[in-house]
Design a protein around this ligand. Structure first.
Ligand code: MRU
Length: 357
């Protein structure tokens, strides 16, 4: 990828005019890339969870727009516009909760509109350059977040994480796992307790795999074991990522995060959320207004081809929950750590981000 730093796991890569993405549905049993050539195909990849994790979804969507622009570069200006509008709408409908998707699409649209006077092939190339920049920026942001967050972890810290907020969920380095990586790079002996993360098992399949690859000590637990380990004093901190933070600091993240936050509060364990400012949605007043994706019942009644639940049972499958700001010890952003996040502190942070992009 253009402009990226060395990156152990290349979740997405630009290769010979195509987007390639690691197929996260089959990890860790298989490691394979799938190739994408259109916005429609990328949207399907996002829907199917080939790529997942808020920042990675945003990067994929940006490349989806670029792919569509490149394959339509020989059309007339009005045809090109029609194709791009369709691309924006199909990608925008792929998943509802992660705001990075809409953030990346808005940024691609702003860039596109700034190119209105240019020839179509020039517009297409500039959109690809913008997608590369979004990708490279994500790694820079994650590294900055990692540096701020690493300072919060003591040498020897045992850190619980939920879902996968690692390199696989971003362009590289990761958000929550990025903090852990940065702490390890700084010489701290940090170990990870990974919640398996029912029902899609991002913790068991992806976080455990990433940590094993890098020889960062990792212990896998089922989600319902976290409270027990806390009662035994075996967890020093919790760090998770997020899909969207509301203006008052409420945090949407993978289903089960709220449960962990309540437990951490009960046990006096710091609960940190690693969060690029692109994940903060100032247009949403509080967590109740964050759209929560409901996914297929088959994810709860079984796994892949195997069904263990009774045929005909009723099922709920909300993919995210909302942790109220009062349970969040700090948001770790690329611009620094916001302790006890609230409406005023987030407004100050975002004002700073707007003034000094
Ligand atoms: O459904 P997923 O796998 O896309 O959910 C991902 C998460 O909940 C992550 O914790 C979140 O996107 C932060 S990723 C840096």
């Amino acid at each position: 990828m253009t402009g990226s730093q060395a990156n152990a796991v290349e979740t997405l890569r630009w290769c010979g005019g195509y987007l390639e993405m690691i197929d996260q549905r089959v990890l860790p049993a298989q490691f394979r890339y799938l190739r994408y050539d259109s916005a429609e195909a990328v949207a399907q990849g996002i829907r199917d969870m080939v790529v997942r994790g808020a920042p990675a979804i945003g990067c994929a969507a940006a490349y989806g727009i670029a792919l569509e622009a490149l394959r339509r570069r020989d059309t007339s200006s009005s045809e090109f516009s029609g194709h791009l509008e369709r691309a924006f709408s199909v990608l925008g409908a792929s998943r509802p909760t992660a705001v990075n998707l809409f953030w990346a699409l808005a940024r691609m649209r702003t860039r596109w509109h700034s190119l209105a006077s240019q020839l179509v092939p020039t517009q297409a190339q500039a959109l690809l350059d913008e997608a590369h920049e979004i990708f490279a920026e994500d790694i820079r942001v994650n590294r900055a977040m990692g540096a701020h967050g690493a300072a919060l972890l003591a040498d020897g810290a045992r850190v619980l994480t939920h879902c996968n907020a690692g390199a696989l969920a971003t362009a590289g380095h990761g958000t929550a796992l990025g903090v852990i990586r940065s702490a390890v790079e700084a010489g701290k002996r940090v170990s990870v307790i990974a919640d398996e993360t029912r029902p899609f098992l991002q913790g068991a399949r992806l976080t455990a795999w990433e940590m094993v690859q890098e020889r960062i000590p990792v212990t896998l637990i089922t989600d319902n074991m976290a409270g027990f380990l806390m009662t035994r004093g075996e967890i020093d901190a919790v760090i998770v990522g997020t899909d969207r933070v509301a203006a008052n600091g409420d945090v949407a993240n993978k289903i089960g995060t709220y449960m962990v936050a309540v437990l951490a509060h009960r046990h006096g364990i710091p609960f940190y959320v690693a969060c690029p400012t692109s994940t903060i949605d100032m247009s949403i007043a509080d967590g109740a207004a964050i759209p929560i994706e409901e996914r297929a019942h088959a994810e709860v009644t079984g796994f892949r081809d195997y069904q263990w639940a009774a045929e005909g049972v009723q099922v709920r499958n909300p993919a995210f929950d909302v942790t109220p700001a009062e349970l969040v010890s700090a948001l770790i952003t690329e611009r620094g750590v916001v302790h006890q996040p609230n409406r005023e502190r987030l407004a100050d942070l975002m004002k700073l981000a707007a003034e000094r992009p």
